[in-house]
Design a protein around this ligand. Structure first.
Ligand SMILES: [Zn+2]
Length: 435
């Protein structure tokens, strides 16, 4: 108990206390909140009530946490089909904020917050940052995009709630980001991991040594990234890199975050109930099994999400974290079920390519996958930026990719800085296949 209290105290923020709720108490709270949110959605959201009716269910049928598996799933297409406000459970006069994420086709998906939802969002981000060892006195640069995207404003409110000094730069303008980082003595950076890679490269070109700045932590999210990428970032900048997880449909960033043990991401389970299901059949899987993460918002008012299919592939880790938090953890998300490429009948994930490349000295973590079709046959080319002797590197890369992917791909070595840099999420795959 003393050790736990010590850890809680070292987080330096009273908002971290719920992270240590005894498990039976946490499960009881989750059940109470689940029953309340199901009742709210059943009363206010037609799509949800219709689906409950089809199954002959009413909110009274939810008597235990296991009963969650009886509830219908919600999918991204449900948000599109009910565009813009069809899933709202609060009247517009109680909605204080709207965010939207750009869809790949046409209309965006829209999400809503009451004041209480914004407060919950802030509180979970405070808990994320506290878990990363950040506190009042830190100077945090928020380089996630501000605007309809949830990243910028979400992290901003969280950093302010923590009591840190916020530098709201939003995305883009790398030279200015680096200047402010240096001149303001920024201690923590929040952005996508690929954008931070870009800043590392650009700082070197400008003659700024990130290792000599007060910068000590990076909270990176909004796209899948690998453990090899973390090692690379930490080596090049001498910071501690944290993985943060979230999605607009649930609340935005702050659904989960790593603590300083870096053994998976704690999910803020008092607000977001995690399940893992078989991505094909939707059947629930036990803790420890890999599958698709499904999340239910336990306290959201404006737009409750019941059993939302995230498409993110992970596992719920067994056992408790050494940090003392009772919140369950998920493994780092390296891939999404809809990222999967099918090349000549073989399943390929961009994260596999990234891991293979980063294991080889002399390659940079900048790559792109180009897909084409030649006489009806899929062709995959991996373009990799390299430094140093080329011939030997080419063979090593070819070997590493062949081993990991199980299919023959073409490797093209390209000059450093020749692959377009992203200001937000990296574009890894260019698909020029036409059927
Ligand atoms: Zn932990």
């Amino acid at each position: 108990m003393n050790a736990i209290m010590e850890t809680a105290a070292s987080d330096c923020h009273p908002a971290s206390v719920p992270d240590y709720t005894p498990i039976p108490e946490l499960r009881e709270l989750q059940l109470r909140r689940l029953q309340a949110v199901v009742t709210l959605a059943w009363k206010q959201v037609k799509l949800f009530r219709d689906r409950m009716d089809e199954r002959g269910l009413t909110p009274e049928d939810i008597r235990s946490l296991e009963d969650i598996a009886r509830l219908p799933f919600t999918q991204k297409s449900d948000l599109r089909d009910t565009y813009p406000f069809g899933l709202f459970a609060s009247p517009m006069k109680d909605v204080v904020r709207l965010h939207a994420s750009s869809g790949t086709t046409g209309k965006p998906i829209v999400v809503a917050y009451t004041q209480k939802d914004v407060d919950v969002w802030t509180s979970v981000l405070v808990r994320c940052f506290a878990g990363c060892g950040l506190h009042r006195g830190d100077i945090m640069q928020i380089a996630y995009g501000y605007g309809l995207f949830t990243g910028g404003l979400g992290a901003h409110y969280g950093a302010e709630g923590l009591g840190a000094t916020v530098v709201p730069t939003s995305g883009g303008h790398a030279d200015r980001q680096i200047m402010l980082m240096r001149d303001f003595g920024v201690t923590a950076m929040c952005c996508t991991p690929t954008y931070f890679l870009h800043l590392i490269d650009r700082a070197a070109e400008l003659g700024v040594d990130l290792k000599e700045l007060p910068l000590r932590a990076g909270v990176f999210g909004a796209e899948p990234w690998t453990e090899s990428m973390r090692k690379h970032i930490e080596k090049m900048s001498s910071i501690e890199a944290f993985d943060i997880y979230g999605l607009s449909e649930i609340i935005g960033p702050g659904v989960g975050c790593e603590c300083r043990r870096h053994q998976g991401l704690h999910i803020f389970e008092d607000h977001f109930y995690p399940e893992i299901v078989d991505p094909e059949t939707g059947a629930p899987l036990p803790d420890g099994a890999e599958g698709e993460l499904v999340l239910t918002t336990l306290s959201k008012q404006a737009m409750p999400m019941i059993r939302y299919r995230t498409r993110d592939i992970t596992t719920i880790l067994r056992g408790q974290c050494a940090c003392g938090r009772t919140l369950r953890r998920i493994a780092r998300i390296g891939r999404r079920s809809d990222d999967m490429l099918i090349i000549r009948g073989v399943n390929v994930f961009p994260s596999q390519v990234e891991s293979a490349l980063l294991q080889i000295e002399g390659t940079l973590p900048h790559y792109q996958i180009l897909l084409t079709r030649l006489q009806g046959l899929d062709q995959m080319e991996v373009q990799v930026e390299v430094i140093g002797a080329l011939q030997e590197l080419h063979q090593k890369l070819q070997g590493a990719l062949d081993r990991v992917l199980g299919i023959r791909v073409r490797v093209a070595l390209v000059e450093a800085n020749s692959i377009e840099r992203s200001e937000g999420k990296a574009k890894r795959v260019i698909d020029r296949r036409t059927s």
